[in-house]
Design a protein around this ligand. Structure first.
Ligand code: NAG
Ligand code: NAG
Ligand code: NAG
Ligand code: NAG
Ligand code: NAG
Length: 430
């Protein structure tokens, strides 16, 4: 009897303490989350909604033996973008509503969001996200079985968005001005080293601007030799690798970009700008920093700039690397910044990630990012300094041409080093 009374008293006391703790936490976390979004919303003359943040209260569990266990409170940030943040009408104007599968998926997600529901059923676990029901795929895409095998694989994994982390980085400073997020592959050691030694050098640049570098990797094909001991050495030595357990493949680049958004919004939320690019481009980092520094605040917070490809259409030749079947997607592409390298504002990380929950994965990563931007009502801005299709043949060795540019695709590690030394030579006269 005595023991039961003590237990009851203890439970009451703990509950009271938790109620107090919970209410103070609620205020604090709601505020913290909102502060981040506030700027962006304010610019659009909008207010923050309380519904963005919910807290699952702490749970007390008392076992039959009288042991008391407390499940801590869980902070749940809504995975739904606040509806004011996205511009559905601009997405609707660009992407036609028709019978193609992706178009149907998008419109069904839009209808759900407009009704205040979650855009997709749920976020399936990595181990059970693959669509194995052949009938479902064939019912929705009548010629599914004639799609290239890799495209079929992409479709089966279209709902898979949470691959296990293989290599993480914890040391990310809170004062990053520019985050260089470079798409690489496990075996590209030489390219990564060339980037580190040249345009990707981490540190504080003139004006006190801190530059951080991360390489984004998937996993090697099973047939490849095991590179993981080398990668783990590299990750420890340089502290700039991020790796997830999904297979490196052109059609998995959208997943890679989504992982970048997921990682950066958590680990590098204060970065002013993010450069996303390939490991075989040459970037004139000092010029890029000067450009970013010169931006007006209103532009700096809405930046999406690069080499813009406007009015492009899907390629319908099944032999093409970028083949898109008509029964999968029907419509033009929104204007997009070429994936070789483009810049975005750090302020757009969280909103982009939020709308990406609403936009079904599209197999071409730079087009996918543009679709997400479209949903935010942001259009890409063209900058002549981004040459993702390279410069004229006769200018490829011309240092003065390179000195004025921001980005050129594509250069070998050796060319990268030569160009970098060249454009920094005190003897160079242009
Ligand atoms: C949304 O996009 C449409 C079409 O592009 C545009 O007319 C409208 O002004 C945008 N609305 C907002 C709030 O940005
Ligand atoms: C990776 O590291 C970041 C800290 O930089 C942390 O917030 C995140 O939870 C880590 N992710 C995993 C899967 O361990
Ligand atoms: C963490 O990063 C900072 C700045 O990027 C660097 O100065 C420091 O040495 C790093 N620390 C570790 C343990 O890697
Ligand atoms: C970054 O973190 C350090 C130490 O935690 C803190 O002193 C500094 O004020 C922070 N800087 C910014 C810009 O938040
Ligand atoms: C993407 O990665 C997953 C996980 O490793 C893999 O099962 C799938 O085949 C890959 N997709 C493509 C198109 O290669």
């Amino acid at each position: 009897m005595r023991r039961i009374q003590t237990c009851t008293a203890m439970v009451l006391l703990v509950s009271l303490l938790l109620v107090f703790f919970y209410s103070s936490l609620h205020l604090e976390t709601s505020h913290g989350h909102k502060a981040g979004m506030e700027d962006l919303l304010k610019q659009r003359g909008l207010k923050v909604h309380d519904a963005d943040v919910r807290i699952k209260p702490p749970v007390l569990e008392v076992s039959t033996t009288g042991d008391v266990r407390i499940k801590p409170p869980v902070l749940e940030v809504s995975t739904m973008p606040p509806s004011e943040l996205y511009n559905v009408s601009s997405l609707r104007q660009t992407i036609p509503q028709n019978g193609a599968y992706w178009n149907r998926l998008l419109y069904s997600a839009l209808r759900r969001v407009e009704k205040g529901e979650k855009p997709f059923r749920h976020d399936p676990h990595w181990s059970s996200c693959r669509e194995t029901n052949q009938e479902l795929l064939q019912t929705n895409m009548h010629d599914f079985t004639s799609y290239p095998v890799l495209f079929q694989t992409f479709l089966q994994g279209m709902n898979c968005r949470s691959p296990p982390v293989l290599i993480n980085q914890s040391n990310v400073s809170n004062d990053t001005f520019l985050l260089l997020a470079i798409k690489s592959t496990p075996r590209n050691f030489e390219q990564r080293q060339a980037v580190r030694e040249t345009w990707g050098r981490e540190g504080v640049y003139p004006g006190g601007l801190r530059v951080r570098l991360v390489f984004l990797l998937g996993s090697s094909p099973l047939e490849d030799p095991d590179l993981s001991p080398l990668l783990s050495f590299e990750a420890k030595h340089y502290g700039d690798l991020l790796q997830w357990d999904f297979r490196e493949s052109l059609l998995n680049l959208t997943l890679k970009m989504n992982m970048l958004l997921q990682w950066a919004r958590k680990s590098c939320p204060h970065a002013s700008f993010i450069f996303s690019g390939d490991d075989d481009v040459f970037v004139n980092t000092p010029a890029l920093l000067r450009y970013l520094e010169s931006l007006e605040a209103s532009k700096a917070s809405q930046l999406y700039v690069g080499h813009v490809i406007s009015s492009a259409n899907p390629l319908r030749d099944p032999k093409s690397k970028y083949f898109i079947p008509l029964s999968f997607y029907d419509g033009p592409y929104p204007a997009y910044a070429g994936g070789g390298g483009f810049l975005i504002s750090g302020a757009l990380l969280q909103p982009l990630y939020s709308v990406s929950r609403m936009v079904p994965f599209f197999p071409i990563d730079d087009v996918y990012i543009a679709m997400c931007f479209k949903a935010l009502g942001v259009t890409p801005e063209a900058h002549a300094g981004f040459q993702t299709f390279d410069v004229k043949e006769q200018d490829r060795e011309n240092l003065c041409v390179h000195k004025d540019l921001l980005l050129i695709h594509r250069r070998s590690p050796q060319q990268m080093k030569k160009l970098w030394t060249g454009i920094h030579s005190p003897f160079l006269t242009c």
